[in-house]
Design a protein around this ligand. Structure first.
Ligand code: ADP
Ligand code: MG
Length: 160
């Protein structure tokens, strides 16, 4: 499985990384996010939403209490936060299987609390390095996500 690792040094840069990916998405996709509290999962998701065309004036906040927030951009965007879910059965109650994959883009915070959420996905793991620095490790499962990750990496490196 191919891995792309990089570091960001500000919230703004992590947002820009998400936005860069969001701009490239043209078809339904599952994005699995993992990393500790404050690692930048919501910040990345917000950037991704902007890149996908969710207007700046629409607030993109953490769905910690609602479990899922839906947005409309060039595609539908479903933003999940599984932190408060305790049992795999809760996923069924949420109707997760309709979204992974579904007709739009599903981005899932705390995806690592559950296994086997999707067969094909882009996984992004964020971790604290020091102060405002975050290590970001991206992995793809499936041909579509892999091609997208390579495009994303190329685009990001060409901007740097
Ligand atoms: P999570 O959803 O993973 O709990 P958030 O995105 O809500 O994390 O919060 C990340 C916090 O870390 C914010 O307060 C943000 O300002 C701060 N931060 C500092 N440096 C970075 C960075 N490089 N990337 C993302 N967030 C950062
Ligand atoms: Mg969050």
């Amino acid at each position: 499985m191919s891995v792309w690792s990089l570091s960001t040094s500000s919230e703004e840069e992590t947002g820009r990384l998400g936005r860069c990916l969001g701009r490239l998405i043209e078809q339904p996709l599952v994005i699995l996010l993992s990393g500790d509290l404050g690692a930048g999962k919501t910040c990345f998701s917000r950037g991704l939403a902007r890149g996908l065309g969710v207007p700046e004036e629409v607030p993109v906040a953490s769905p910690s209490y609602t479990l899922m927030n839906a947005y409309t951009g060039r595609l539908e965007l479903y933003h999940f936060d599984l932190y408060r879910l305790a049992e795999p059965e809760d996923l069924l109650e949420l109707g997760m299987e309709e979204y992974l994959p579904g007709d739009g883009v599903a981005i899932v915070e705390w995806a690592d609390l559950f296994t086997g959420l999707a067969r094909e996905y882009l996984a992004v793991h964020l971790s604290h390095e020091q102060a405002d620095q975050r290590r970001i490790e991206c992995r793809a499962a499936g041909a579509g996500p892999l091609a997208l990750m390579q495009k994303w990496q190329g685009e990001w490196l060409s901007q740097a």
